[in-house]
Design a protein around this ligand. Structure first.
Ligand SMILES: [Zn+2]
Length: 89
């Protein structure tokens, strides 16, 4: 098919799409009454509470720190505490 014929085909499709008349949305008073389930939000599922969210992950032995490995601070390079509770900070 020639290039012009292809464009004409596409235009015909566009015209076909707009053949049907679009009805504007009527006033709300003319709407039919809705019969079906009324969905309500579960307020317990909302996450707009302050603070850290509780994890839902299942922890296994991979997540536990090794008990015989001494804590080493990356701030003052001393053993016995870590950076988050360093007394020299
Ligand atoms: Zn320290």
């Amino acid at each position: 098919m020639a290039q012009g014929g292809l464009i004409r085909c596409r235009l015909q499709n566009i015209f076909k799409a707009y053949e049907v008349q679009f009805q504007p949305v009527q006033n709300e008073d003319y709407w039919s009454t809705y019969i079906g389930p009324n969905l309500m939000p579960d307020l317990h599922m909302r996450h707009n509470k302050p603070g850290r969210r509780t994890t839902t992950r299942i922890h296994n032995e991979m997540n536990r720190s090794l008990p015989n490995k001494p804590k080493k601070c990356s701030f003052c390079i001393s053993i016995g505490h870590n950076r988050s509770n360093c007394p020299n900070k």
